[in-house]
Each structure stands twice: as structure tokens, then as C-alpha cells.
Design a protein around this ligand. Sequence first.
Ligand code: PLP
Length: 463
Amino acid sequence: MTERTTAQRSTQEWQAADAAHYLHPFTDFKSLAAKGSRVIVSADDIYLRDSDGAKILDAMSGLWCVNVGYGRTELIEAATRQMTTLPFYNSFFQTATPPAIELAELLAQVTPPQFNHVFFSGSGSEGNDTIVRMVRRYWDVLGQPERSVIISRNNAYHGSTMAGASLGGMSGMHEQGGLPIPGIVHIEQPFWFELGQDMSRDAFGLKAAGWLEEKILELGADKVAAFIGEPVQGAGGVIVPPDSYWPEIQRICDRYGVLLVSDEVICGFGRTGHWFGCETFGFKPDLMTFAKGVTSGYVPLGGVMVGDRIANVLIEQGGEFNHGYTYSGHPVACAVALANIRVLQRERIVERVHDDTGPYLAEQFATLMDHSLVGEVQTCGLMGAVQLVKDKATLATFDPALSIGMVCRGHCFGNGLIMRAVGDRMIVAPPLVITRAQIDEMMALIRRCLDLTLADVRTHGWA
Ligand SMILES: *Cc1c(COP(=O)(O)O)cnc(C)c1O
């Protein structure tokens, strides 16, 4: 692996400057300052290098985004070329740039057939702000302005702007800043392990979808604009819904004319083994949010795929849509996205996840069920979750105050593996280019960290 560190500061110097000036997202500033950040200086393929020179297997793809792996010259060259030719121009004033036009065209090809138009944003959160504006505008134009409520789910993640965090169902986020904003309501999530253990997964999936119908009837269908969900909840803990869930959600949305929005920010561009999560789960959304994997995270880009049902109304009857971002269709971001999608196509990466590495990950994760700490494993394409439990037989969970997930994550950090903890659910979403041999390497690290966590549990008498 090549070393590309340019600045030569010691880890302590980086940490001191970081603590003095840098407020990190989703971070307790004081405790991080006391502990010091892990400073990542370079990366190649699926491996990171920190400022002490340690090599780390990045089983989270940066933050669910570096799907084609680090150090891809195609993406780097596309950015360099576009920066040289035209680093920026907007698309507000009856103007456009070639990369934005070409990306719009290519996105219409790789997304499901109902999608022929795109609205670009700079991130997934902004994309979901656009969703709120657009679904309400759609019903306005159709003469039903009171049809404005958007239904989402507890423990959903839809970003961190005012609208994104409101659509999301993270109670910690709602506690700060007066959220959710009006007109957004939540139903329970399709999380079998927590809510459905007394029934079969498929029966539970139908029950969980039924909560949408109950909410629509409670509010009145003439008040409900849309339902939004991630095909697989990512940040919520890689919660793979029962197979029965999404087709039933589709039926309910169709029955009441409610728009169906798929937040594909994580699931899009191959993560689940199809190009989009809605294809894996068999539903047909009216709108899709995307970001992260569209550029493999090399530069920020997001957006909304707008289905024909909505696009036709907005184009034919909508007049001016009073919404947009300076960086909507940023030419450098679009050039990188084009290069990224072409890599996915040329190397048949999505097919590989579907036919080879996804099933292999599923097989390997299933073997973790022999571990005394593991109560459930779930995978979908190249995302996976390991639920830690106190008692395998009863599936009793640990006292949350013990933060067993964080104990396990600490061992991962210490042993050269980036794995995330969501409560006591340990999750991975490795780059889509990970090989079978690298999955073996990751599994060995996961096992080692589970063993170290189990040793802690026994030493401290936590179970
Ligand atoms: C990350 C994420 C977002 C927010 O994207 P940002 O680019 O961080 O604003 C929205 N939805 C889902 C499902 C995500 O995982």
C-alpha cells in the first residue's frame, strides 16, 4: 500500500489541533477531546492507514459509501479532468453542464423504468428536504394542498437537516432542536428481533406494514402525502425487514393513493445485490433519494429520482419549482458519479454482490450463530448485522447501561477492523469490491473481537 501522507505531524499534534478547533458530527465534544481522535491519513482498496501507521480493514466503506474501494484512478482522473475543464457552473439560470446532463441520462438508464428524471442535491439529507418540498408541491398542484402529512418510521435515518432529521425516527435527534417539524408522523419499524419474536417473520412483516394502514386511516387518507422508508434500515442497525413487508406497504400505498418514497442513500448502487433496494424487495417507489454510493463518497453528491407520476404533473402543470441548491448538478461531482457508475457496470460489481460475495457473506455470517454472544444475524447483499445477547436461549439482551456494543467496537478499533455498533447490534457494510479472501479476513477479525468481548463479559460477570 502506498503512503500518501503529505503533512508530517505526530498523532499527538493532530489530536491537539483537532480538540482545539474541530467540532465533530454526532460527537460528545468534551469526551472526544479528552480521548483524542483516530486520525486516518490514507487508504487503498478496502484498507485505511492511520497516523500511527496502523492498517485497518474498513468494513463500513467510510460511512456506507466507498463502494468501489479507495484509490480508484478512474474517479480521481474524472475529477481532475473536470476541475481543469470547468470546476463549477450552476444550473439555476437556464444553464447546464455536460456532466450533469450525462449523469441524468445515465441515472434514468440504471434506475427502475418509472424513473426518467432527476433533481440533484449535495447530500442525502438535502435530497430528503427536496422530497418533502416535492411531494407537498405535487399534491398542491393537483389541488389537494391539505394532503401534506408524511409518514415515516421510528429508528429510521433520513439525514440531519431539519427535514431529514424530522423524517428520521431517531429519538435522540428529535430531543434537540424542536423536531420533528409539523406534518411528519412516525409508525413502528419492522424490527422482528425487538417487536415480533412471538410470531413468524412473515406474519410480523404483514403486521408491521399494517401499522401504516392504521395510521393512514387514523389521519384520513386525504391528509397523507407520502410514506418514506429505507428498504433496509442502515444507521438504525441493518434491520432487514421480513420479505412480506414491502409488498404489503406497496399494496397499502396503492390502495390509498399515497406516494411511496424509497430512501436509497445506503441501499442504492448495488449494496443489496441489485442496483436499488426496491428491486431487491419488490416494490415500485414514486421517488427515490440517493447519495453516498452514487460517487462512492469521493466527492459529495445526492439527489432524488422523480417517477413519471410526479414528474409529469410538475412538468406539465407545476410552473416554477421554487427550490434548489448552489451545488445541484455540481459538474465535478457529476463527473465522478459518471466514472463511478461506469466502474460498477464495467466490472459487473452489482452482479458480483448478487451472485457471489453477497451469498458468501450470508454463509459466513450464519456461522457466527455458534458464538455464545450472538442471538441473531442478518445480511442483505453486502450489509450485515450481528445482534449481541446476554442469553442465547431466551434472546435476553444486556443492560443497555453496559454498552456491550461499544465494548465490542473498542476491540474492533484495537484489532484493525472498522465495525459499527448500534446499541448491541454490530454492523458491517464493506466496499462492494471486497473479495472472498478479504471476507474471510474480516470474519476472522469479527470472531476475535466477539471472543474478546465475551472474555470481558465473563471477567466482569455481566451475564
Ligand atoms: C446517510 C443517510 C442519509 C443522509 O445523507 P447525508 O449525505 O449524510 O446527508 C439519508 N438517508 C439515509 C438512508 C442515509 O443512510
